[in-house]
Design a protein around this ligand. Sequence first.
Ligand SMILES: [Zn+2]
Ligand SMILES: [Zn+2]
Length: 306
Amino acid sequence: MSPELTPPFKSSIAQDRNVHTFISDNGRYVYVSWIVVNSFHARKNFRRQLKKLMELFSAFPHESGIVMQRGIELGILVSSCLLAHSLFILNEHDRSTTSHFYMDVFFEAMLLLRVVFAIPRPYIWLSTWRKFIQARTQPTPQLVGEALTDIYTKQNALEKFLLYFYYGWLLFLSLVTLLTPYRTEFGRSVWNHLLLNYACIVLHRMTCIGMFYYLVNSDIPRGIHPSVIEKESRVVIYADASHSLSEPECSICFAEYEKGDEIRILKCKHEYHKSCVDQWLMRHRNRCPKCLTVVGSSSVASWRID
Ligand SMILES: [Zn+2]
Ligand SMILES: [Zn+2]
């Protein structure tokens, strides 16, 4: 004859079943191992990602600038919503009905910690956002790429700390909520909040990647401002063949120069119709179409000397 289960036993089994319906045992441990392995390799991955990011900045400076700026704007919006959600959960929590008081106090403390550490973030957001705006208004694509790289390599200590704190907090709390044998009502709300955090991180990344691919295939101007072109070249009016030009025709449109044509001579001594080369330099690349010399400064140092 099997012994009758006492009420506390029954409730513990019921709670365990709730946990199992939420996420299966195996799935739970696979997830935990995934978090542990990933945090172990995080630093190594971060460096590799930074190198890739820098390559991306130099190959697609304008696209990267737009994505980074829009990315941080979206990040500010999403983070604010997540913070509001954590405050909402804290406010909704009914402390009188909890069966696991200490567990709920722990969850409350963790949520409060998250809110407190988010207080300096608007300052970081604003200063980083300003840096992106500044980077995007650099006179040449090369300088835009350099400025973007600078933002990532010269992150200040507070910025880094807050970022690592957030990821650490998210991973630690996820581990605790996954490994605790029971789940209180409040613990469940916290778990839903954590899932929302993961969903937002994934959606944010996907939006940024999608935006980047869209921009790479779009027709945004990738060249330089007319003022930089004026500074880096001179314009002459073609009078006759006695002009000391290196070639009698424009290498962009292959038309021979005619009297009265405006001709732009770059610092590399190559010349083109003003209208032909301006369009190239403003819309496409700030390099001489013939010899690929950069038009405008390619490094911050040389730009400052100019
Ligand atoms: Zn031409
Ligand atoms: Zn040239």
